[in-house]
Design a protein around this ligand. Structure first.
Ligand code: MN
Length: 500
């Protein structure tokens, strides 16, 4: 299990109409089902059975406990018997964590020869879950509904996917993003309302003058740098001019000192994500690109040029994808390659790409970078492996946050002998024209958080929990429908805001 410090609570709805014996059976079935879920080996978070809820008071109590329990990242509810849903009103109204309504039943098939009225009085999920669904909808309560037999892998896979979102949500509710330098001057799309972001998404964004990081770099010892460079030599190839003993090796050592300093600084602050600025580097020897690559691989969120929203989303998607293969990274739409139906977008940045997205051994290179005060910078150079993934961003539309997500197919780029950066090359779905067109119509950033392991369904669940807009661009997107969806959303969110 990937998230050992978290729990998902399982609450079974029932009632006392059919007597105490029925509740005892409900309890035994629920215990067996929760054990089955935990033993499946599929779920990344442990399910904790919290018993049957048979009255409004019991439901309110377990919901209150869930809200107050730091380990509880969400709740699964299931109605074994008919649980009259007025009993759920107070509890659901006060419940403030992710909710999954599992529509399943204890028995897989109807026991045709055995079934009688006693069986029917006990096994009522088919109608009990509809009663619960009604009150959840009546209360406009965000939730995920998973339909399927509890012991099927497909059902368990859907629960597992939602659990990852719960972990990402729990993590983002308490997320400090440190910014070294402000948002890049005059850039619109990466900026936004930080107060609303803290209310809605939990991001707390603090400024850290670069001068406060400089003493951390100066405090790093030569022995610490030696040890880290040894680690680099195990993990990466080196260009001839920056290997040990070569003229540019000193820049690799400076980058190692930055990595150690930045990690210590972020730990001291309790930060989970950070941004840098190539215009605010007074006292630093180079832009912290290499350090950013290394720290992203450890799970720190990163955004360039003060892009705190992308930094936070990179962190959240890392948490969601923890332990899954494929990797994820901050990326930027770099340059276009027109080739009819095979047109692609080269994804890169000046330096800061997570080496987790490559299957090859990255190469350490040192080159001069002319922008701002970046100077001569070490960096890991590689090309991303092929595969399907999703790129996402969050933009501030003035009255709401909008998440835009695009399924993409990463393909092999050609060698780039004169562009010494890490990169990926992708085709947005459904195709280059509609994918890029929809992203631009939606007002999406040039920066994105990309993942090979996070799915569109996870992002949908995240947007549902956060109460933010999601515009999904996938294989079924047509620009006509997409524009219509945006118009409908405009009205929906305007009215929604007015009703709050
Ligand atoms: Mn950028």
């Amino acid at each position: 299990m990937e998230y050992k410090d978290l729990e998902i609570w399982f609450v079974t709805g029932a009632q006392l109409l059919y007597g105490g014996d029925a509740v005892i059976k409900v309890d035994a079935h629920s215990t067996e089902m929760v054990r089955g879920l935990n033993d499946s080996g599929i779920l990344p978070i442990r399910v904790v059975y919290k018993g049957t809820a048979n009255s409004s008071a019991e439901i309110s109590a377990v919901m209150r406990d869930a809200n107050g329990d730091a380990k509880c990242a969400g709740m699964i509810t299931w109605m074994h018997t008919f649980s009259p849903a007025k009993m759920w009103i107070q509890g659901l109204m006060n419940y403030g964590k992710p909710l999954l309504h599992l529509h399943t039943q204890y028995n897989r098939e109807i026991p045709w020869d055995e079934i009688d009225m006693d069986f029917m009085n006990l096994n009522q999920s088919a109608h009990g879950d509809r009663e619960f669904g009604h009150i959840t909808s009546r209360l406009r309560k965000p939730r995920k509904v998973v339909v399927g037999y509890w012991n099927d892998r497909e059902t368990q896979g859907k629960i597992a996917s939602w659990m990852r979102v719960c972990a990402g949500w729990a993590d983002s509710r308490n997320m400090l993003v440190v910014r070294f330098g402000d948002n890049m001057n005059n850039v619109a799309v990466t900026d936004g309302d930080k107060v609303e972001a803290e209310i809605r998404l939990g991001y707390h964004v603090d400024n850290a003058p670069i001068a406060t990081l400089v003493p951390y770099v100066e405090a790093v010892t030569e022995a610490e740098i030696d040890a880290l460079v040894d680690e680099y030599e195990l993990l990466y190839d080196f260009a001839d001019d920056c290997a040990k003993g070569a003229e540019k090796h000193c820049f690799v050592r400076d980058a190692a000192a930055q990595e150690i300093a930045l990690r210590r600084f972020l730990r001291d602050k309790g930060a989970k994500a950070f941004t840098t600025s190539f215009n605010e580097l007074e006292g630093m020897k180079q832009l912290m690109g290499f350090a950013s690559q290394r720290l992203m691989a450890e799970g720190y969120g990163f955004g360039a040029e003060g892009d705190w929203k992308t930094a936070a989303l990179v962190r959240t998607m890392w948490v969601m994808g923890r332990g899954l293969p494929g990797g994820q990274s901050f990326l930027e739409d770099y340059t276009l390659n027109f080739d009819g139906k095979n047109s692609t977008i080269l994804q890169s940045h000046m330096l800061e790409i997570n080496p987790d997205i490559t299957g090859a051994k990255p190469r350490v290179e040192v080159h001069f970078l002319g922008i701002g005060d970046a100077r001569t910078c070490a960096r890991l150079v590689f090309q991303a492996h092929e595969g399907k993934g999703v790129a996402a961003t969050i933009v501030d539309m003035g009255n709401r946050f909008r998440m835009i997500a695009n399924e993409v197919e990463v393909v092999a780029p050609k060698p780039l002998p004169k562009l010494p950066v890490a990169c990926a090359l992708w085709k947005p779905l459904p195709d280059f024209a509609a994918g890029a067109g929809a992203w631009i119509l939606a007002g999406g950033t040039h920066h994105s958080s990309f993942s090979f392991s996070v799915t569109m369904e996870m992002l949908e669940d995240y947007a549902e929990i956060a109460g933010i807009e999601l515009l999904a661009i996938d294989g079924n997107t047509t620009l006509g429908n997409f524009k219509f969806e945006m118009k409908v959303n405009e009205v929906y969110y305007m009215l929604n805001k007015a009703l709050q």
